[in-house]
Design a protein around this ligand. Sequence first.
Ligand code: ATP
Ligand code: MG
Length: 559
Amino acid sequence: MTAETATAEAGRDFIRDIVQADLASHKYNEIVTRFPPEPNGYLHIGHAKSIALNFGIAQEFAGHCNLRFDDTNPTKEEQEYIDAIQADVRWLGYQWAGQPLFASDYFDRLYEWAEGLIRAGLAYVDDQSQEEIRANRGTLTEPGKNSPFRDRSVAENLDLFRRMKAGEFPNGARVLRARIDMAAGNINLRDPVLYRILHAHHPRTGDKWSIYPSYDYAHGQSDAIEGITHSICTLEFEDHRPLYDWFIEKLPVPSRPHQYEFARLNLTYTVLSKRVLTQLVREGHVAGWDDPRMPTVAGLRRRGVPPAAIREFVRRIGVAKANSVVDVGMLEFCIREELNRTALRRMAVLRPLKVVIENYPEGQVEEIEAVNHPDDPSRGTRKLAFGRELYIERDDFMENPPKKFFRLSPGNEVRLRYAYFIKCTGVTKNAAGEITELRCTYDPATRGGNAPDGRKVKATMHWLPAAQSIAAEIRLYNQLFAKPSPDAANFAADLNPQSLEVLADARVEPAIAEANSPEPMQFERQGYFVRDPDSTADRVVFNRTIGLRDTFAKEVGKR
Ligand code: ATP
Ligand code: MG
């Protein structure tokens, strides 16, 4: 990263301003940040904001960013999540410095420091139950009550703490608390818990520990051990900062990190809480963490959202100090912009209607050239077969059209993209009165899609040859939630019953099916689509990443 880019990126938000000032004043010579996920679920787009901020700042200011797993709660954490988080950070386009780090790597040191606090009279073992501790904590307006165990001797505290560590006591029997001030205005300073007893197997430390540190105790000290300069977290930790600073002040830590808070990302029609996302998966509301309707990084990837679109989205929303809700339309805008630039154009018919061109010779097939990207001739062309039997989109035809309907209807002429003008001459129906086939004629003089006599048509439609196209399943996704601000406490009631529509009989051009490409494509007039890993040798499956235009807002408005 050049100095020039560093200046260009500075001034973009208050955190970058602070970072730049700290470099200018030589408070630090190198900026060190970290992204600290708890491995208790998959990453979501809110985490992408934090990732882009932490890794982005390190990149822009020539520092480094650690990936540190905050693995202090072994009952909820799993190796699957540790692996998925690493894959997702890389996919987003970021790389951490060195190996991934773990708060559990510091358990020994954290323990030593806790004994140090006990010796200094700054921590004690409390035998009160969880309920008693909660009841005695006080409220925003009333001070808390001192624990009857608060004045234990150093020797007794050390003995009990060591026996907690040795596994002598059952879960919940005792905790280690900081000895600060039960009357502090900030509740986080009312003797917070540093260690709890938990007989649980840890993915990395196995059965070594029967006590585990709290987030508040582990986090800042891990930052200090790693030499983090700017510990960037979300606003809900603002009230924890005095405690963060208290530990840094009292403990013999090797460096003095500072915590900065920014507003977390909230998105309309979306819930960004790992608790809710876990429930969506466990209760089967979605097919898994990577269900394309999920706001997880894995879900967005499976849906076909390019990482560049996520990075651009995060850049546009910026970093602020006040919480707000971002319109999901902003994310969709960024996805469309990126895909419009990069996606190859292809043709697919989502809901096919058979067309027979009566004046086209039986058995004849010709090749029609189609461009791969209208704005980028270097991406070349491909050939489509045109013959007597074709498919068009079912809703591109109306037997009794209203006035403003310019697509195909009896007697009306339209253009088939890249091919010919056609006119509908008749309709075939089944016993139920449903249209099964259209009879049409084509004008051989309009090859390439223009009439030599200069006559115009008002519609250009996509199409596919019946024999030379391939059957496909296409999955259309809508917002997972039907409400702009779903209720996280009762999210099931706000789920959108129409979030998934499966089209089992779609047709796609051979170039789509054969490509076996993980890159999203534009299906002309329909949107952007990507091949789903559920595809097999016999059956291709596509996910709609996003439609060409924003139809959702209108649809919701109608309800
Ligand atoms: P939960 O969803 O239960 O609140 P979490 O998302 O905070 O959990 P962590 O693994 O602790 O889970 O998050 C890792 C980092 O990502 C933290 O620094 C956190 O502040 C940040 N983060 C989490 N959610 C968001 C969000 N919506 N917007 C921005 N940053 C976020
Ligand atoms: Mg968290």
